[in-house]
Design a protein around this ligand. Sequence first.
Ligand code: GLV
Length: 310
Amino acid sequence: MATHILFRGPQDRNDCWRAMFADALPSVVWHHWPNVEDKAAIDVIIAWKLPRDYQQDYPNLRVIFSVGAGVDQLNLDTVPEHIKVVRMLDPGIAKGMAEFIALHVLNIHRDTFHYINANKTATWKQLPTKATSQRRVGILGLGTLGQVAANSLLALGFSVNGWSRSAKQLKGVRCFSGMEQLEEFLSQTDVLVSLLPLTIHTQGILNNKTLSQLPQGASIINVGRGEQLVSQDLLTLLDKGHLSFAVLDVFDTEPLPDSNRLWQHPNVIVTPHIAAITQDESAGKVLVENVQRYTKGQAMIGTVDRAVGY
Ligand code: GLV
């Protein structure tokens, strides 16, 4: 039986992926949401967010591919167990994320945001510089994205530490794991980069208690999910001078409302969830390979472990 794929997303991405599938797997029948005549034929959905009532509408659904690295937007708890959920492990996302992180770690390391603020008052004041090896970058979350980011920071000479839920080993990175080692990790972090997936365990993990465990003058970069950061606590610690700068790419409400204080704070840099964007060509290859695996009954790369939530 042919595999029927339903894609929910923009036309240009639809056209790119439809063509890639037609080339590599001509037996696949491709549908672009919402144009589906026989909904019962659909066994695979590729989407960022699922259509409402998808469980009733597509009774033979077997696999959901997220078009992004995260799957929290799919409300995993409500997806029936027999449907596999697969994260997008796109090398294009990893490359974009590593670029964004290296860019902003360097900006913080070389005091770019300080000088941008000093420009506003025509203040000529040189700050002392340090070698990258003297700057400790701590990465929260050592999955695929964290590992690629760590390697690009190591290549720039930074001293890189990492923290993950379960123990990991990574060449050149001092690894910490579990809640019991979080404080020790944070206390040695000058620039904290959070790449954690959103789960019940990571919700609100960046709060007054944990952020206060960073050394005086530390900065943070949040590219995980907005719900992990208690922004009021961040603002308080920035105002007190305990923290220096925050680069935030993700927010609990997106777009970030105009009235949110984060927009106005001189030491907060807001970017509109652009740290890492799924790249059509490289992500299309990952999808083709995974659909091939699905049709052969093989394990798909990036299948979500429901027990851990990513
Ligand atoms: C973006 O946030 C993603 O999950 O890819």
